[in-house]
Structure formats: C-alpha cells, structure tokens
Ligand binder design. Structure first.
Ligand SMILES: Cc1cc2nc3c(=O)[nH]c(=O)nc-3n(C[C@H](O)[C@H](O)[C@H](O)COP(=O)(O)OP(=O)(O)OC[C@H]3O[C@@H](n4cnc5c(N)ncnc54)[C@H](O)[C@@H]3O)c2cc1C
Length: 496
C-alpha cells in the first residue's frame, strides 16, 4: 500500500501526494499521525488542536465521498510507520514538504533515516512557494508567480483504500493539552472556502483601509490564515480565486476592490517569502539572526505573565492581548505592536513571548511566525527597529476607544481621552498602573540599540544563512515529484 501522510495539507484538492498515490494503482492509506511529542512543544496549544480536529473531520468527509476514509494513528511517527510497514508493507510514502518548527524538522530527519533503512521510498511535493535547498533568491518572485498560476490538481474521483481501522481522534486532555474555550475560528475546508468566497465577493472591498485596525480588520481581512496554515485550502487556490475576482471587479469598474485584491495577493506572496526564510534557516526560532542582539532582553517572568494576560497597564496593548486570548486572532499591525512592546518596552526574551503568541494564534505558522517575531523585535540587525507608541496606536486605530472598552470593561466608565491613558484620569479604575513608563522605555530601547550598532562587534555580519542542500532542512530525500498532468478546473472555481 501507498501512504499519503497528511500534515499541513488537510484537503483532497490540489494535493499532489494524494494524486500520485492514487496514480500508483496500489491501495492507498490516507494517514494522519497525532504525535503527542509535537503537542508537548512550547508553541502548541489546545486551540490549534481544536482547529486541527475539525479540519481532519472535514477531510475524512471528503475522503469518504471518494470511497476512502482518514486513518488516524496516535504516537511517534517513526514508530507508527514502522508498525504499519511490519503489519501491511508500505510501498511508498507520499507527503508534502513541511517547513515546520525545529521539532518537526528533527522528526522528518528521523523518518528519513527509518525509511532509508527500511527501503521505503519517500516522495515529497512542494507545499507552497518555498523552495528547499535554495541557492539564491534571484528570480524567486517570478518562480513563485509561475507556481501560483500553474493548474490546480483536481481531487481524485475515487480512491482505492487499504483496509485498516483508524484510532479514535484523541481528546486534547489525552495528549496533555489544557481545555481552551476560546471563540476561535472553526476548522475545515468548507469554512475556508466560505471565507474565501465571502472575502472576494463583498467583505474584501475595504480591506486595504480596514486591515490596520483590530475591529475592522477582523471583519474585512480574509481570515484565511488558519486554513492556509493547515492547508484546508491551497495557497494556489486562494491566489487563483483572487486573480479571477480581480478581473471581475476590474470589468465592473470597482477600482477600490481591485486595489484591495492587489494588497491581498501581495500578502499571499509574503506568506511564502517569510516561510522561505525559515526554510533556509531553521534555527531562526532559537537564535537571534544577528548575534549582537542576544544581549538586549532582560527577561522577567512576571512581566511576561502580565503582557500575556493583558495586564501591562497600556490599554490598547492589553485590549489586543485579551482579544487574542478570547478569539485566537489578531490583525497584522496589532501583532507587530504587541510583539514590539514585549521586546522593546518590556525587554522580554522574544523566544518566550514568541511562544506565548504562537500558542494563542489558531493560525500558528512557524515559517511566518518566527521571522516576524525577530523582525518586530529588532534582532535581525538589518530592519530598522519599529518601536510603537502604545498610546498613539490606540488613538490611531481605536480613536473612540470602543475596542478598548469592549475588552477592558473596567475602563468602560472613563471618558474617551482617558481610556487611552487611564493613569492621567482623576477617577480611579480597577486597572493596573503601567508596568513601565512607555516613553522612557522606548527611549532606553533606542539608546540600547544605538549603542549596539556603534559597537564594532555589530559590524560582524548577521549569522550566515546556510542553505540546506540536503543537509539541515532536507529532512526527507529530495524526491519532489512532478505534478501529474491533469486538466485544470476553470480558474476561480472552487471545489469541496
Ligand atoms: C509577530 C507576528 C507573528 C505572526 N505570526 C503569524 C502566524 O503564526 N501565522 C500566520 O498565518 N501569520 C502570522 N503573522 C502574519 C499576519 O499577521 C497574519 O497572517 C494575518 O494577520 C492573518 O489574518 P488574515 O488571514 O485575515 O490575513 P490577510 O490580511 O487576509 O492575508 C491573507 C494571507 O496572507 C498571509 N499574510 C498576511 N500578512 C502577512 C505577513 N505580514 N507576513 C506573511 N504572511 C502574511 C497569511 O497567510 C494570510 O492568511 C504574524 C505577524 C506578526 C507581526
């Protein structure tokens, strides 16, 4: 039998490994492995698991409609594959490449060692537009565009399934995850398609202007991030649907919608641009890109807890963190702001604050997350540090203080100017005083960075990004398959 190992690609459409397995003519085992070790990592959380479980249930429905079903196994991937090989004989494993965290990188290497020893071929296809063992970024954008415009693979009409029973899907507590009652987005491909269609039909018109503020962003951003992170829809599907919608809105003379869709498409480009960074340098989640910046943090567990729980005493930052705790999502500008406040004003270690955010994001995508965390923490040595003023951000993005009042009811009684700076109000509020004076803290952060940059040691280059070339990231053999030739569905048509 051929195994299709689903990881961050929970769909049957535009799925090269599934198409290849079906084309082999052998029985297929659609497999998902719940790995307790993975869920014990510092970046994993119950909300991510909840979204995953719903997406797997939807994937199972799609497989059943084609004569198969999803087989779930719980355990260490090497052990699971070893046992399946011993009991049923694996002819080949088909999977997408994964640019995950350091843990999944190590797991992939272990699977490769096992597969080589067992004589089981492993065929990996590219998942997004991030290239393994990339020598140079020259021509990257053109290659990305070509990949996104390539025909999508249709879902197989029927799948001949290897006869194996599934383990029950574990409950979060079974794998050591705390219950997470947050009002996160629901998982599954149908939800992803509904979001994509609604965004391109109506919701996305004010996207460009609305994305910067947390409330309007929640309504007018696509909200596709958890679906792209777990692959319930492919990036190519989103890209092609956006291109088709752009054409429609251009024909209709709606220039504002066209501009918004152009901004959306550029974010799809960024998605892979950032994942490529982690693909090239998997250690980015563990070490500063520029080693000189290891000296900046002055970490403190109490400050971390106050920041994570929305109790810094800066209302707009706290409202963003409480909203994130409750919903699992935050718009880009506010993610950048809360990260920057943690690193610059509170001098927290970005690895720890970054792990807090990863757990809070339903859409945690290591390849976007860790390069963004470093960029917003000023540890790359190249980007100009952006030190946000938490009061100015609140006045810009929430001038009436509605967002703050919703998430900080203890400030609801304050008149508008004071809701942004309650420490200036004569009326007391049951709300903490600021952990630090934000203006002084920003000045100190700027001074510390200037001193670092003046230090001759700073002239030493940032850590070299050693491309993997079958060494570090190339966890599985470079056996990327050519896509099976197939008639593409009409652009813009999306299939459940
Ligand atoms: C510190 C920090 C951590 C982040 N961590 C994550 C993460 O773990 N997972 C994640 O998906 N995004 C992350 N982002 C990027 C961005 O904030 C989210 O992708 C976006 O808010 C998701 O909402 P949306 O799907 O409605 O985005 P839209 O604005 O509708 O964008 C569409 C898609 O484009 C991609 N995208 C959008 N903005 C960016 C960006 N700045 N960089 C790279 N890709 C982008 C995402 O895949 C997104 O789903 C992070 C940003 C920061 C500053």
């Amino acid at each position: 039998m051929d195994i299709v190992w689903f990881k961050r690609d929970l769909r049957v459409h535009d799925h090269a490994p599934l198409a290849a397995a079906v084309a082999s003519g052998r029985p297929v085992l659609p497999l998902y492995i719940v790995e307790p070790d993975q869920w014990a990592q510092a970046d994993a959380s119950g909300r991510q698991f909840g979204f995953l479980a719903e997406s797997l249930a939807d994937l199972d429905r799609s497989l059943r409609a084609r004569g198969a079903r999803l087989v779930v196994r719980v355990g260490d991937a090497v052990r699971v594959l070893h046992d399946l090989h011993a009991s049923h004989g694996i002819s080949a494993i088909h999977a997408h490449q994964e640019t995950g965290n350091l843990w999944s990188f190590g797991r992939d290497k272990a699977v490769r060692r096992w597969a080589q020893a067992a004589g089981v071929p492993v065929h990996e296809a590219m998942l997004h537009g991030a290239w393994r063992a990339l020598n140079s970024r020259n021509g990257w954008a053109a290659r990305w565009e070509a990949m996104m415009r390539a025909p999508r693979l249709p879902a197989p009409a029927g799948i001949t399934m290897a006869a194996l029973a599934s383990d029950p899907m574990p409950q979060p507590a079974d794998i050591g995850l705390a219950p997470d009652p947050c009002a996160r987005q629901p998982g599954g491909r149908r939800e992803g398609l509904t979001l994509l269609k609604g965004f391109l039909a109506t919701r996305g018109r004010p996207y460009r202007a609305a994305m910067a503020a947390p409330d309007s962003g929640a309504t007018h951003c696509s909200r596709l991030s958890p679906h792209l992170a777990l692959g319930t829809i492919s990036l190519r599907e989103a890209f092609q649907a956006a291109r088709a919608a752009r054409q429609r809105w251009q024909d209709a003379g709606d220039a504002a919608f066209v501009r918004s869709i152009d901004s959306f498409i550029s974010r799809l480009h960024w998605h892979c641009h950032f994942i490529q960074k982690l693909e090239d340098a998997p250690w980015l989640e563990a070490r500063c890109l520029h080693p000189a910046y290891e000296a900046l943090p002055d970490h403190d567990a109490a400050r971390l807890a106050a920041w994570a729980g929305g109790r810094t005493g800066w209302p707009f930052v706290d409202a963003c963190m409480r909203s994130l705790n409750a919903t699992g999502w935050l718009n880009f500008r506010m993610r950048a702001m809360v990260m920057a406040e943690a690193s610059y004003h509170l001098r927290l270690d970005w690895r720890q604050s970054g792990a807090v955010l990863a757990r809070l994001f339903t859409d945690y995508e290591p390849g976007i997350h860790w390069p963004q965390v470093q960029m917003q923490s000023g540890t790359t040595g190249t980007n100009i540090p952006r030190i946000y003023n938490p009061v100015k951000q609140g006045l810009d993005q929430d001038p009436q203080g509605r967002f703050i009042r919703r998430w900080l009811p203890e400030l609801a009684h304050l008149p508008t100017p004071f809701v942004h700076e309650p420490w200036k109000a004569a009326v007391a509020a049951a709300y903490p005083a600021p952990l630090v004076d934000h203006e002084q803290a920003a000045r100190a952060a700027r001074a510390a960075i200037t001193a670092l940059r003046r230090d001759p040691a700073h002239a030493a280059p940032a850590r070299a990004i050693v491309h993997r070339h079958g060494s570090r990231r190339a966890g599985l053999p470079d056996t990327t398959r050519r896509r099976q030739p197939a008639a593409p569905p009409a652009q813009g048509r999306l299939d459940i």
